[in-house]
Design a protein around this ligand. Structure first.
Ligand code: ZN
Length: 473
């Protein structure tokens, strides 16, 4: 199949220019002025921007959490992604205690199986470092998995001690794998949660008060320091505040290969949201911070202190007692209210895979924080580079996958959960206005989304194998 995108303005991380794009067999074949191709299907992109599809490197589809499971499965979550202009994501295969890494990966792949509609990869989370698991790490490379997620938090659940973390980092350095960390001090968080619960401090705001910013700062600098000693590259997920970004910046100033991500919720939400009657919607970890942190993170994205925006997409219903209708089918699942009035029992997580690009365009580019090129860099190019997918994905160049978003910078809408495609019953950006939306979304040259219309086919999303020794940006 041959496709010719004509008349658009191509935006990459480096350039903005007018050109046509010829697509053959799912790849970009040629870029140039006034291209012609016999028999090609023509897509008119006049007046529109043409950008690489978004890559969300931090998602949790169908993740078991407390008594429930995150409400987007691989189909509904990937479809939501596509409607938001994202054509590739990397999800986490989490090792359960007693499991091997291969068992964890097989279980995760079985869930994705034939539901996929965009391309996807996996990180492996190591939560139980036995000798056999340590020996197994090398073989993850054969599966196309180059990233190891480690938790400094979630004591007695996922958390590893510093010795285990350091051992894994030493091995990762040798194999060219990237270590990703959830950086909060698990002992501090665990102690504060227990004290607050014991004292009857159960309201959602105590979630934030049990996860202080300086505990994130401590864990961030500890991870940076351990990575320095091990000679490993490090990627800190979901950074929320000035205190922790400062610690990472300290590492980068010393020339260390350390990088950081933030997520939309940390750019928009604050502890005021937790104090609302429906505050449980904003319970995720690390927690929301303050207005000054929102502002600090916007600056850090603009000036290069932070390298990516991902989402930690992990939605739940809010009111799990009332089923919703999704795609004509009734969907029911215990929601955030299953935690009752106790913040410590509320499933942690929120949505974002569909909201990420339009929110960051409207409030990032539109508000003058950064350029369209920096937007592409944060949303697609840096994620592809850091995670070993570049230049197959993350840019518009000859031989790259034709994962393309035709973006209408003038299109507007207001966010309402009913018209978003994530399978949940609320949206934490409810009522916010957007200017700049995906108009058409292509995965390897195949049309997935055209306005409100859906053309994706279940099973057509491909698992992407990634390469080690990826770029540091
Ligand atoms: Zn996560």
């Amino acid at each position: 199949m041959t496709l010719l995108i004509k008349g658009g303005t191509i935006v990459t991380a480096a350039d903005t220019y007018q050109a046509d794009i010829l697509i053959k067999d799912g790849k970009i074949a040629l870029i140039g002025a006034d291209l012609e191709a016999d028999g090609a299907e023509i897509v008119d992109a006049t007046g529109k921007l043409v950008m690489p599809g978004g890559i969300d490197v931090h998602t949790h589809m169908e993740l078991p959490f407390f008594t429930t499971v995150s409400s987007d499965d691989f189909y509904t979550g990937q479809r939501a992604a596509a409607f938001g202009g994202t054509t590739c994501h990397i999800d986490f295969a989490n090792q359960q205690k007693g499991e091997t890494l291969h068992e964890a990966l097989a279980g995760w792949r079985a869930k994705a199986a034939d539901k996929t509609v965009i391309d996807y990869g996996a990180h492996i989370s190591i939560t139980d470092l036995r000798d056999d698991v340590y020996d197994e790490i090398d073989s993850m490379l054969d599966e196309g998995i180059t990233t190891l997620k480690l938790f400094l938090s979630y004591k007695d659940m996922y958390m590893l001690d510093d010795g285990s973390i350091f051992k894994i980092m030493l091995k990762a350095a040798k194999l060219g794998m990237l270590v990703m960390v959830h950086a909060e001090n698990g002992d501090v968080v665990d102690t504060l949660i227990k004290q607050n619960v014991a004292n009857g401090n159960l309201a959602p705001i105590y979630h934030a008060l049990s996860h202080p910013a300086w505990s994130e700062a401590e864990a961030t600098l500890r991870a940076v320091s351990l990575a320095q000693v091990a000679g490993a590259s490090l990627y800190v997920v979901h950074m929320t505040c000035e205190e922790s970004v400062d610690q990472m910046t300290y590492g980068r100033k010393h020339g260390l290969p350390v990088m950081g991500e933030t997520c939309p919720q940390y750019l928009f939400a604050t502890t005021d949201n937790l104090r609302q009657p429906d505050g449980a919607k904003w319970i995720f970890s690390p927690p929301v911070r303050e207005k000054k942190d929102n502002a600090y993170l916007w600056k850090a994205l603009a000036d290069g202190r932070l390298q990516t925006v991902a989402t930690d997409h992990c939605p739940f219903l809010f009111d799990g007692t009332t089923p919703i209708t999704y795609d004509g089918e009734v969907y029911e699942s215990p929601g955030k209210d299953s935690g009752g009035d106790d913040f410590s029992k509320v499933p942690n997580g929120t949505h974002g895979i569909e909201d990420r690009l339009p929110m960051l365009w409207t409030y990032g580019v539109g508000a003058g924080h950064f350029s369209p090129n920096r937007f592409v860099e944060l949303m697609a190019t840096n994620p592809a580079k850091i995670f070993g997918l570049y230049p197959q994905k993350g840019t518009i160049a000859p031989d790259s996958d034709a994962d393309i978003v035709i973006w209408d910078p003038e299109a507007t809408k207001t966010i309402h959960w009913q018209t978003q495609h994530t399978r949940t019953d609320h949206n934490i950006y409810e009522g916010m206005d957007l200017r700049g939306l995906p108009e058409k979304v292509f995965l390897r040259g195949k049309l997935l989304v055209d306005g409100d219309e859906w053309f994706g086919v279940k099973g057509e999303g491909k698992f992407v194998k990634r390469r080690p020794f990826a770029e540091i940006v």
